[in-house]
Design a protein around this ligand. Sequence first.
Ligand SMILES: *Cc1c(COP(=O)(O)O)cnc(C)c1O
Length: 502
Amino acid sequence: MHNNINSMQFKEEPIIFEKGKKGRRGVSLPPLDIPEDAQNRLGIPSKLLREPIDGFPEVSEVEVIRHYTRLSQRNFGIDSNMYPLGSCTMKYNPKVNERISAFPGFSFIHPLQPEEQVQGALRLMFELERFLAEITGLHRVTLQPAAGAHGEYTGLRMIKEYFKTRNEVRTKILVPDTAHGTNPASASMCGFRVVEFKSGKDGTIKKDTVKSLMDETVAAIMLTNPNTLGLFETDIVEIAEIVHEKGGFVYCDGANLNALMGITRFGDLGIDVVHMNLHKTFSAPHGGGGPGSGPVAVCQRLADYLPIPVVERRGDFYYLNYNIPKTIGRVSSFYGNFLVCVKAYCYILTMGPDGLKRASINAVINANYLRKKIEKKYHLPYRKICMHECVFTDKNQRVFGANTLDIAKRLIDYGFHPPTIYFPLVVNGALMIEPTETEAKETLDEFMKAMMKIAEEAEKNPELLKNAPHNTPVRRVDEVKAARNPKLRWNPAGSNRRMSGI
Ligand SMILES: *Cc1c(COP(=O)(O)O)cnc(C)c1O
């Protein structure tokens, strides 16, 4: 099809150490007009002087630029095409928020600057906390946690401290089988015992199951709403009542807030603690391991346990309050990933309450639009209206010998990032699709067309899927080898020079 372009674009890129020539330079400096300090008369300690680096790349500026530009083009990102990775909310993040977070007044301040000099930053944190409290319907918020899982840990630590200060021994956390893997991991890290329970046949948690497990040894139930099947937990209010009756807390993993903003509030559903992922719902790019932020909102009962410091206001003056009576201490150095908070703050202000609500409504409409079209060819285990994402399986394609992984890899050939696969674990061969609200109908139609074409290929020519992707620089990788035996380090002495595990 596009062979010329492909062969040019996909020529294997050598690593930078393999490029250049001895003596080639990226910059040309004028001759020194002061004597060269060969004897180190400036007296810099010798351990701080840089030794020459053997085999260091000697390359021109244009070689550096082309090398890194080519590498960047091999990355799949939301700025190039649709990225329907379920549970991850890979939506487009407006560039204006990025620009504002780079303003020197935000990016050049120091965490140890006196409060008088950083009133704007403190006000931003104060107001962001109020916004997130309003969106979640809860009392107070900490902005410190650096990620969703970190927020889970923080929320559960507060719950643990709550019972400890009351001399109540509660050792268990109830976690449904649809939970994100970080949930039981966070509970274990906090020293709780995880009691896993099954969700009902329709994919949601049943109140009777919770009732049978709930007693005074349970500290909290940890659920996700909408859950990881993209379904709204319809029993949530009654479940919260059952848990509260026995003195426990309801923890909600709010990473899927993109389906609920402005429509319903966690606090109104009886939820006591929730973490949000600013890097999913609130305009911080993610997926590349960059900084995230997982603020935690809590009910009044837990407000005394918040990490320190929190931002407070006295008249017009914003200050950091370290005097929280039963605080769990710090969970991050300083105040969390502040610049991620700036992006979220700008996003919330530019969207406004109606805009946030519309975003969620459109996220749900987009997912259901895809669901109705894709279910014509793909097995949909839970046949009902979904929230912001929906989960299919490879059941119909497996009979021809093509599985979920093959479908996912083939999507790459059509220019789409694969959806989340083999998660949640309760669905055999899951394909979890989250289109988000930022995709236009035309893009959704293209995606749907690709899915239909792949279903047809699975029937007629499963081999095509088995060997996919076909037009990428790296074909199907041995994933175990890539994970277990990655070649990451440049080794000038040996032949082990490649960066990938293929
Ligand atoms: C993304 C996600 C998490 C974890 O968030 P991180 O920021 O990656 O730690 C937890 N639960 C759910 C449902 C998620 O989608």
